[in-house]
Design a protein around this ligand. Structure first.
Ligand code: BG6
Length: 483
């Protein structure tokens, strides 16, 4: 099955920070891909805006190189790339001064959808929003897109929201969490709310626990300075893992509409219990072969920042009381693996002989790699010789079920097209981000006051020993990260 392409209306998209890493790696290659499959109308315009004193041709050269680097050769032809580059303009803009704004205004066309993508430091959100508004470049139906990190605590997130809301309405603001753009994450909503099979079982009567894992094999790479101020809590848990938790735990919204969905997510975040420090494990990776680890990567010998975090979280409401959510994420682990495992309770009475190693029913929602959904069931082992049980998974992996061409979009491509369509469903609302910080802040605050250091774990392993205990003490076990 080939993915359907539904064209969007012509638009003018201004990318602030257009020469930066995210723009080169994700935003512009993603837009090229949308152009290539025919979703982006020819008379759309993409305007790069940044500090660098490029002209349009130099900008196009930069983006040509980025496309060649980040898009496989089989997915592009020179003609397509050149036609796409024709849609690009460039303007040298000073985010905090007057340079470039007049020129930018002159490049924009009347009666076209206008979107402004701020791929810049959050410290510039306020001043760019203000200038877009003061110069009249932003109209009442323009959209503004902002990247994470959206603040580093509740107060800073509130300040960013206030800056944006001074110039734009909430319905114009698109706060990106790229996890919401992942195919399986959206399919999770289809699974829950387009089938009658799962919803009756979707509660603490039937679900024993939920595990959410986002494991990465890479370390902090060149981002040590940012990451050391952030750690796994701010970088991953407050946003990506929190979003996954919300989609699993939320009540069915009345409609698949931005505010109906986001209202339900906010309720989940507000229902989270404060996390007991004994239910949290923080870790830092170390590579014994190379005699160096996270501290060297972060260039901070005294660092207490966690590159790994595991915690047991309780959602205090009728649906989930008694069903814990175990979250874990970390860098330099054995494999890159993001998945959600919804583990069901055992049958109330087992009539068959005990099966060694039985793990029971589980729904495994795999985000990456090999995205798809599997349902683990217990069956009879084939053949004569008595009633022996074994476990098999019903495989709903997309490549198998729908064919390999079905899901080629990257999260960013999908989200940018949603901005153009004016659909905020997969973007975070201001109160949602603030609620997530209000939950995270006391946890981070307690670490700052404590003298406890993160536990060390081996690079390429499964995380600190202590994280095994976190779940073992409840009589449960983590799913394996890699083989
Ligand atoms: C980003 C984090 O938001 O998500 C990174 O800042 C992390 O530290 C990345 O590596 C993970 O995203 P993905 O899509 O590769 O799982």
């Amino acid at each position: 099955m080939v993915a359907r392409v539904i064209p969007v209306d012509p638009f003018d998209l201004v990318i602030f920070g257009a020469t930066g890493d995210l723009a080169r790696r994700k935003i512009l290659p993603g837009l090229f891909h949308r152009f290539r499959v025919g979703q982006m109308p020819d008379d759309s315009k993409i305007i790069g805006a940044a500090r660098s004193k490029f002209d349009t041709n130099e900008f196009r050269d930069l983006i040509r190189e980025a496309i060649q680097e980040f898009i496989a050769e089989k997915d592009r032809s020179d003609d397509q790339v050149e036609a796409f580059l024709e849609c690009l303009d460039y303007v040298h803009v000073d985010a905090t001064g007057d340079t470039g704004w007049k020129k930018l205004a002159g490049l924009l066309r009347e009666n076209k959808i206008r979107a402004f993508y701020l791929s810049v430091s959050p410290s510039l959100f306020g001043s760019i929003a203000q200038r877009l508004s003061d110069t009249g470049i932003a109209t009442s139906d323009s959209r503004i897109v902002v990247e994470k990190p959206f603040g580093h605590d509740l107060a800073s997130a509130q300040a960013l929201n206030a800056d944006l809301l001074r110039c734009f309405d909430e319905k114009q603001i698109y706060r990106i969490d790229h996890y919401l753009g992942k195919e399986t994450v959206q399919n999770l909503m289809a699974l829950r709310f387009a089938n009658s099979l799962f919803e009756p079982l979707w509660n603490s009567t039937h679900i024993d626990h939920v595990q959410i894992t986002v494991a990465e094999s890479l370390g902090v790479e060149g981002r040590g300075e940012y990451y050391d101020q952030s750690g796994a809590m701010r970088d991953m848990v407050q946003n990506h893992l929190m979003q996954l938790l919300c989609l699993i735990a939320m009540e069915p919204p009345s409609r698949f509409e931005p505010n109906a969905v986001r209202d339900e997510k906010v309720k989940v975040i507000e229902a989270l219990e404060p996390v007991d420090p004994s239910e949290i494990v923080r870790g830092q990776y170390y590579d014994w072969n190379e005699s160096k680890g996270y501290k060297e990567d972060a260039n901070n010998p005294e660092s207490r920042t966690e590159s790994y975090l595991a915690m047991k979280v309780a959602v205090a409401n009728w649906r989930w009381a008694g069903t814990p959510f175990y979250l874990r994420t970390g860098k330099k682990l054995r494999a890159r693996l993001s998945e959600i495992a919804v583990v069901f309770r055992d049958p109330p009475h087992m009539i068959f002989p005990k099966m060694e190693g039985r793990r029971g029913n589980a729904l495994i929602i795999r985000l990456q790699p090999d995205e798809g959904i599997k349902l683990r069931t217990t069956i009879k082992e084939p053949g004569p010789g008595g009633m022996r049980l074994t476990e098999v998974s019903m495989d709903m992996t997309f490549d198998n079920a729908l064919g390999e061409d079905m899901h080629t979009e990257d999260a960013y491509e999908r989200l940018i097209m949603d901005v153009i369509r004016g659909n905020q469903t997969l973007f975070m609302r201001g109160d949602e981000v603030e609620a997530a910080w209000a939950w995270a802040d006391p946890i981070i605050g307690a670490w700052q006051e404590s003298s406890q250091k993160p536990a060390s774990y081996d690079s390429g392993g499964s995380g600190p020993e202590e994280s095994l205990m976190l779940i073992h003490k409840d009589g449960r076990r983590w799913r394996a990260i890699g083989s």
